[in-house]
Design a binder for this molecule. Sequence first.
Ligand SMILES: [Zn+2]
Length: 302
Amino acid sequence: MIQKLFVALTVALAALLAPALARAEVKVVTTVPTLASLAKAIGGSKIKVVSLSLPTQDPHFVDAKPSLALELSQADLLLVVGQGLESGWLPALLTGARNAGIQAGAHGHLDCSGRVRVLDVSQNADRSQGDVHPDGNPHYLFDPRAVGAVAEGIARRLGELDPAEAAFFQARLEKFQSRLGEARAAVEGRLARLRGVPVIGYHKSWPYLADWLGVELVDYVEPKPGIPPTPAHVARLLATARKRNVRAILQESYYPEESSALVAEKSGAALVVLPSGADFEGGQSYFAYLEALTQKLESIRP
Ligand SMILES: [Zn+2]
């Protein structure tokens, strides 16, 4: 009896202390590592950040491990890319997490695509055909202009969740935006020669990058986002690559390279494997990631 009472008192005490502890440090969970890098850039020492996926993992197909549900159960703020990117794995984790504060619609749930002009909307695609972009293209984090808009949304939401630190987040946001403006202009100068250069993508990951840099995306190795290529499609792609003098095939490291390598070799294009996101766990900042991405793109010969 006394033992039971002690347990009850301990639980009650923990509940009383919990809000105080939560105020000390906002716990942020992100679905992809680039969002984690952005959150850290804004939140600094006032937040704790965990990414549910690594840059080496396809963000459309993350293994919904129980350890990820545990991270979500303790989160104050969940940052998602949205536009269906996580719809194959996040809903099950959110159910398992039993954290009302971060469910879709709650104040601790931020769909970052709400800050962005979404591309590839309403193409009458449908998930039953295996298309993983049925609602619009979720790969906007390859465009620093979208990153700036997302950073602003993160700063605002962090300030709402922790009003005592709102000025701190705002100051860091302003510093981030100023640095982003400089970095963006420098990259645009270095990659200006890629304007109008024809490239092929493996997955439809690059429309935002193309929109930003003026690269011309002529086709994709995947006939539809999420659908692997058939030999007939690869043959058509090779014909296109030769006819259009395609200079590069862009893809992330987690996609198979055989088809891209074949088309590249037979057409004279370069196979360029781009980093899919910031290596947040390895301590890579967003700016270090942008530099790594830029260096890879610089290797393309127009
Ligand atoms: Zn995709």
